[in-house]
Design a protein around this ligand. Structure first.
Ligand code: B12
Ligand code: SF4
Ligand code: SF4
Length: 227
């Protein structure tokens, strides 16, 4: 009997969604061949984002959330994406765990599905500035990856640029992390801290994305706890 064909994009997306993830972008064999930052033998790279709004309730139901130990989301990602990768003979890659950090931003930009925004963060037509990655799969077989998308910034009035109360984003020197954190520690920082960065939430492209405020608040707490 012939061996079963390796899963195509549709099957992989169904498998991702069964894990509350979605394949937000990817690189095909041609794009992988010109990179030197992928594991040897990679013929396709798939970047995985939270599948909203299902992600947060499933995550908070997980042992990693409930055991009270540090970094539950990174531990969840390692377990869930790691086990999936083992099942299909792929190599799991993660945005955390550095330095050095895996170049998720460069991979995402090379996919043509996400773009640089005026405030430096990546933006995607469906996720807006709430674009984020939980991991990636490097596959040793060819997958027809999701096609490029145009940037939502074309023709946008750039609401993101003026939305930060302390102008921490989009400065010539890059992201002013101390200014952002100082603001978050004041009572005026509550809207960012409890529901997520105002600048990220100002992007119209992310409005229908379904990110739950408690999920954003978790990342803000993690970020603020970071020295
Ligand atoms: C280190 C890091 C940070 C550091 C950045 C330190 C600095 N700027 O001085 C800190 C802890 C501050 C940070 C914060 C955040 N980060 Co961050 N960060 C990373 C990480 C783990 C590594 C980046 C790195 O050092 N690469 C190596 C260097 C050589 O490459 P680089 O391109 O020069 O990296 C720079 C940029 O990544 C930039 N950067 C990183 N995060 C952010 C966030 C913002 C708002 C901006 C403008 C720039 C920026 O800072 C890096 C150093 O200069 C990446 C994951 C990854 N593997 O890429 C996530 C990542 C870039 N961060 C991300 C996010 C979402 C955030 C937060 C918005 C998290 C949140 N709260 O939800 C916060 C910002 C808080 C806010 N305003 O909401 C996303 C970006 C998605 C996107 N749309 O572009 C990534 C890809 C993580 C992920 N899992 O998806 N981050
Ligand atoms: S608010 Fe407009 S310019 Fe800013 S990231 Fe969103 S689409 Fe792009
Ligand atoms: S979290 Fe708030 S203070 Fe920090 S960059 Fe975003 S809007 Fe500005």
């Amino acid at each position: 009997m012939p061996a079963e064909a390796p899963p195509d994009l549709d099957r992989l997306e169904r498998a991702a969604q069964a894990r509350q993830l979605t394949i937000s972008c990817g690189l095909d064999a041609r794009a992988c061949a010109v990179r030197d930052d992928l594991p040897g033998g990679t013929r396709s790279l798939l970047l995985l984002s939270p599948h909203e709004p299902a992600f947060w309730p499933a995550f908070t139901d997980s042992p990693e959330w409930q055991d009270g130990a540090p970094d539950p989301m990174d531990r969840w990602s390692t377990r869930v994406i790691g086990a999936w990768a083992e099942e299909i003979d792929a190599i799991p890659l993660y945005p955390f765990g550095g330095p050095p950090f895996a170049p998720f931003l460069a991979w995402a930009l090379a996919s043509g599905r996400v773009h640089s925004s005026p405030i430096g963060l990546l933006v995607h037509r469906g996720m807006g500035l709430l674009t984020s990655f939980r991991g990636a799969l490097a596959l040793p077989w060819d997958v027809t990856v999701p096609p490029p998308l145009s940037s939502p910034c074309d023709g946008c009035a750039a609401h993101c640029r003026d939305a930060c109360p302390v102008g921490a984003l989009g400065r010539a020197g890059g992201y002013d992390v101390p200014a952002c954190k100082d603001h978050l520690r004041q009572p005026e920082g509550a809207p960012c801290l409890t529901a997520g960065c105002l600048a990220r939430r100002a992007c119209p492209a992310g409005v229908g994305h379904g990110r739950i405020a408690a999920h954003s608040a978790y990342h803000m707490r993690q970020f603020l706890g970071d020295t």
